[in-house]
Write a new protein. Structure first.
Length: 271
């Protein structure tokens, strides 16, 4: 409806449109933004990474009438993560395919150029989820005392709101200040940030604690689901896993268990 309105009555006064996380916009959204500036030189700048798509229903620029011929630039140097974190994240989804912003299928085949190095990420598997939650607290205690670290530099990320609530409860019970990412407004606060991967999209932390990861997402021998719906869900979950891992700038801890969590928690309804 917005796109139709702008086409009927164009909006004037916009010199340029710059879009980050463009891979998560719909075709109609990009068409709307394109309509504001048309094809003028340097009018529309889209920055996206198909590997980090976490919302179903992507688009290709050709569908919007935008040509990248002679205009596209590949940003191939990673300045956020260390080489060790990026290699770990790439290995977790190695062989998976994704669609880039031009609609071309791509495969994850290794580490891009990176500017920094650091410690190896830590992957821990526990016999029970309570043991995992205790280890999560100890990890936060360990990294909060690193030189130059504040509590606000630590992010505890989960796939679901229920797991985020569980992690929050564990930290608060241990006397560690924590805040819900749903309440984070961008202003610095000396508290561990806890929330879902979707809520952390676009953010970064010096240290990421990736909690309560489904064990099947970390196994390379996980059977391929028979239905297309289940295959799409698995691929989406693995892309979310990649996004979560690459929120980490300096250190990454990934925790899982070999049992299915049975905790019930009256939690939040939005991510």
């Amino acid at each position: 409806m917005a796109l139709a309105s702008v086409k009927q009555k164009p909006l004037a006064g916009y010199g340029a449109v710059i879009v980050d996380e463009a891979q998560d916009l719909s075709c109609a959204m990009v068409a709307l933004l394109h309509t504001l500036v048309g094809n003028r030189p340097d009018g529309l700048t889209l920055i996206g990474d198909g590997q980090q798509t976490i919302y179903p229903g992507g688009y290709t620029l050709s569908e919007v009438g935008i040509s990248l011929s002679g205009r596209g630039v590949v940003l191939d140097v990673n300045h956020r993560n260390t080489a060790e974190i990026l290699a770990f994240a790439n290995a977790a989804v190695l062989g998976d395919e994704y669609t880039d912003i031009e609609g071309t299928g791509q495969s994850i085949d290794g580490v891009k150029a990176v500017a920094r190095t650091g410690p190896q990420p830590v992957l821990v598997r526990h016999a029970t989820w309570p043991e995992h939650d205790a280890a999560l607290v100890e990890r936060v205690r360990d990294v909060m005392h690193l030189v130059g670290m504040s509590l606000g530099d630590i992010g505890v990320l989960t796939a679901t709101n229920k797991d985020a609530d569980t992690a929050m409860d564990a930290l608060m019970a241990a006397g560690i200040p924590a805040m819900d990412l749903l309440k984070y407004d961008g202003r610095p606060k000396d508290a561990v940030k806890v929330g879902t991967v979707k809520r952390a999209k676009g953010l970064e932390f010096k240290q990421v604690v990736l909690a309560r990861v489904k064990p099947e997402l970390l196994r390379r021998d996980t059977p391929v689901p028979s239905s297309e719906t289940e295959r799409e869900r698995l691929a989406l979950n693995r892309r979310e896993l990649y996004v979560a891992m690459t929120r980490a700038r300096d250190g990454l801890w990934v925790g899982t268990s070999n049992v299915t969590p049975r905790t019930s928690h009256a939690g939040r309804t939005s991510s």
